[in-house]
Write a protein that binds this ligand. Sequence first.
Ligand code: AMP
Ligand code: MG
Length: 356
Amino acid sequence: MRNWGDELETKVVEINSNNPEEDLIKEAAEFIIKGELVGFPTETVYGLGANGLDEKAIKKIFKAKGRPQDNPLILHVNSIEMLEALVEEISDKAYKCMEKFWPGPLTILFKKSSIVPDSITAGLDTVAIRMPSHKIALELIRLSNKPIAAPSANTSGKPSPTRAEHVIEDMQGKIPFIIDGGETGVGLESTVLDLTDDIPMILRPGGITLEDIIGVLGQCGIDPGLEDNINNIIPKSPGQKYRHYAPKAQMYVFSGDMDNVNREILKRAIVARSRGQRVGIMTTTENQEQFLDFDVEIMGSSKDIETIAHNLFHLIRKLDEKNVDLILCQGVERDNMGLAIMNRLNKASGGNIIYV
Ligand code: AMP
Ligand code: MG
């Protein structure tokens, strides 16, 4: 007999991302149908999935993650028919974005229909929906035939999982089933786009960039609540107000002229080491030679922003595993995917972005 509070047995099953084995995904879908949670890969990060129309199952997500109740969830769909049941209307702008970016890492806010539970939207009258492009995610939605509510499958506050091992680390004993589909592609969460006002607004930067959206809609703004270190503006996306993606170590991010950035990182690393602190450095391929003497993690080439995004959360977790006391990280330009990377680094470092 299982007592209340006992750990669940967690089954981890490897599934081929390019050609998912249907019988294995069926097993996962049955957990979703039964109202249980499943960890699964998407093209952004791993999701912690539940039947998005089942209040009891949704509660389990908040419990497993330790997620604040006022942080709404994204629903994942695999068809326009499934979307239509969840929303009041689909605007022309939404159709344009869906045509261009779905399936893919763009979440759109819609006016919610009455079948969407309040626990999904945290009481808001809008619901966030996306159609993922990952084959395993699409198959899981198809075989369970439910919109799947899925925040990132990490403990709230920690870096989002981009590999099954990250999900196992955070969710083992809390959920019955994890699909291991290898590393996720983008490595950062989806872009959250609000199309419910006149001017389209990005509430969270992500895999689809501001430039991409302007290319389709002609204009798009960024929620002022996303600015660094501005504490008096409450972001429209409730999730943005929480500490997020954070390592155990103290973290600083350095932006500006590359020579100054390298000099500042080196100077601080030397000082910290002389105080007996263990230092981890996150830098680009081009700059690694500056820090040969330290524990360096290479994010990728500074010319390859997608690779930096892909590696970001894994490297933060890796340095945590090495038990470093201090992480010193090179920043990136805030254009294209760089905007999302700097948003995550700002959160991960608790706003410790230093301009040099
Ligand atoms: P996660 O699922 O952890 O990637 O986080 C989902 C993000 O979407 C959070 O930042 C939420 O605040 C945001 N979000 C979800 N639903 C809404 C909504 N109805 N209005 C504004 N932001 C939302
Ligand atoms: Mg998350």
